[in-house]
Design a protein around this ligand. Structure first.
Ligand SMILES: NC(=O)c1ccc[n+]([C@@H]2O[C@H](COP(=O)([O-])OP(=O)(O)OC[C@H]3O[C@@H](n4cnc5c(N)ncnc54)[C@H](OP(=O)(O)O)[C@@H]3O)[C@@H](O)[C@H]2O)c1
Length: 306
C-alpha cells in the first residue's frame, strides 16, 4: 500500500511514518517548515490551505492520512480565518485531490468537538457541540468530508504525546510548541514550576499507539465514518503530569495545581473530553493501552535520548 502522510513532520505523522517504514512500506510525507526525520520517507514541502496542489498523479497514494491541521487551540481562537482556511477548506481540498486518484482519506480530528459538559465518555454517535474555533473548524471538516466521501475515516484522538525535545526549540516560521509531556519536562529542566489544571479530564494518547490504530483502520476498507482512538486511562491534566514525572523519577513537587480560569486561555476547554473507544475495539479487535503501559515506553524513550 502506498501511503501519503500530510503533516509528516509532526508527532503523529512521524510516529506513523516510522512504523510504516520499519516494515518497508512506501511512504511520502508533507511538511511545512521541517522535513520529517524518518529515513526512507519521500518528503514534500506543502502548505495546507495554500495555493499549491499536491502532485496527486505522481504520488498516486492508496491512502492519505491527514495530520496537518492547525492544532494550537488558543492560536486558532485568535486566528479564526487561518484556522478555517487550513482546517476546513484545506482538508476539503486535499480530500478532493485524493479522490482524483482513488485514495482513501483519513482525517485526524479531536476530542474537543465535545465541548459541552455532557456525560463522558463520549461515544462516536454523540452529537458534537464544539465551543472553540479549533474544534468548530475541525468539526466542519469532519462533516464536509463525510458528506462527500463514503469511504473516508474521521479518527478523533486526544492529548497526544511522545518525547520530542526538538519541539522545545524555535525554528524559522515555527514557534516552540511541544506536546504537554515534552513541555512539562522542559519546564522542570529550566527550573520553572509548571501550573497544571486539575479540572480538565481527558485520556492521554501515546503517539506510537495512535499510529498503530491509524494503520489498523486504514488497512480495513470496511472501516468508514467516525472512530475514536485514545489511551484507555482518563485522568486530570494535573494527575497526568504527576504520573509522567513519577515515571521518569523526576520530582513532582514543582508542579502547581490550578483551576482553568486562572490560566486566562483564549479558547474554552472541555471539562471532560474522554472518548468512548468501543467502535475501534469492535472493528480492529484491539484495545488501546492504558497509562501504565504507555508511560513505561515513554520513560524509556526519555531515558534513551536524555
Ligand atoms: N496533538 C494532540 O494532542 C492532538 C489531539 C487531537 C487531535 N490532533 C490532531 O492531530 C493532528 C496532528 O497532531 P500532531 O500532534 O502531530 O501535531 P504537530 O506535532 O503540531 O504536527 C503538525 C504537522 O502539520 C504540519 N502543519 C502545520 N500547519 C500546517 C499547514 N498550514 N500546512 C501544512 N502542514 C502544516 C506541521 O509541519 P511543520 O512541523 O513542518 O511546521 C506538522 O507536520 C492535528 O491535525 C490535530 O488537530 C492532535
Amino acid at each position: 500500500m502506498r501511503w501519503l502522510i500530510l503533516g509528516g513532520s509532526g508527532q503523529i505523522g512521524e510516529a506513523l511514518a516510522a512504523r510504516l517504514r520499519a516494515r518497508g512500506e512506501p511512504v511520502a510525507a508533507t511538511y511545512r517548515t521541517r522535513p520529517p526525520q524518518v529515513p526512507g520517507v519521500e518528503s514534500l514541502p506543502w502548505v495546507k490551505g495554500g495555493p499549491t496542489e499536491l502532485p496527486w498523479e505522481r504520488l498516486r497514494p492508496d491512502v492519505v492520512i491527514d495530520a496537518a491541521s492547525l492544532r494550537w487551540v488558543d492560536y486558532c481562537e485568535t486566528h479564526p480565518e487561518e484556522a478555517e482556511r487550513v482546517n476546513r477548506a484545506g482538508t476539503l481540498r486535499a480530500a478532493r485531490g485524493a479522490r482524483t486518484v482513488g485514495a482513501r482519506y483519513l482525517l485526524i480530528s479531536t476530542d474537543y468537538v465535545f465541548g459541552a459538559p455532557t456525560p463522558a465518555p463520549h461515544p462516536e454517535s454523540e452529537r458534537p457541540e464544539p465551543r472553540c474555533v479549533y474544534a468548530r473548524t475541525l468539526r466542519a471538516a469532519e462533516t464536509d468530508l463525510l458528506a462527500e466521501d463514503d469511504r473516508a475515516v474521521v479518527l478523533r484522538t486526544s492529548t497526544v504525546y511522545s518525547w520530542r525535545p526538538q519541539d522545545l526549540l524555535e525554528a524559522p516560521g515555527r514557534p516552540a510548541r511541544p506536546n504537554f509531556a515534552t513541555w512539562l519536562v522542559g519546564e522542570l529542566n529550566a527550573g520553572r514550576s509548571p501550573r497544571v489544571v486539575v479540572d480538565q479530564v481527558s485520556a492521554p494518547t501515546y503517539a506510537p499507539d495512535l499510529a498503530e490504530a491509524i494503520e489498523a483502520l486504514a488497512a480495513r476498507p470496511s472501516a468508514v465514518g467516525i472512530f475514536h482512538a485514545t489511551g484507555a486511562t482518563a485522568l486530570s491534566r494535573y494527575d497526568w503530569a504527576v504520573r509522567l514525572l513519577e515515571s521518569i523519577g523526576a520530582p513532582t513537587a514543582p508542579v502547581v495545581p490550578v483551576l482553568t480560569p486562572s490560566l486566562g486561555q483564549a479558547a474554552p476547554r472541555p471539562s471532560n473530553s474522554t472518548l468512548g473507544l468501543a467502535r475501534l475495539t469492535r472493528e480492529t479487535g484491539r484495545s488501546m493501552p492504558d497509562l501504565t503501559d504507555q508511560l513505561r515506553r515513554w520513560a524509556s524513550a526519555v531515558g534513551a535520548r536524555a
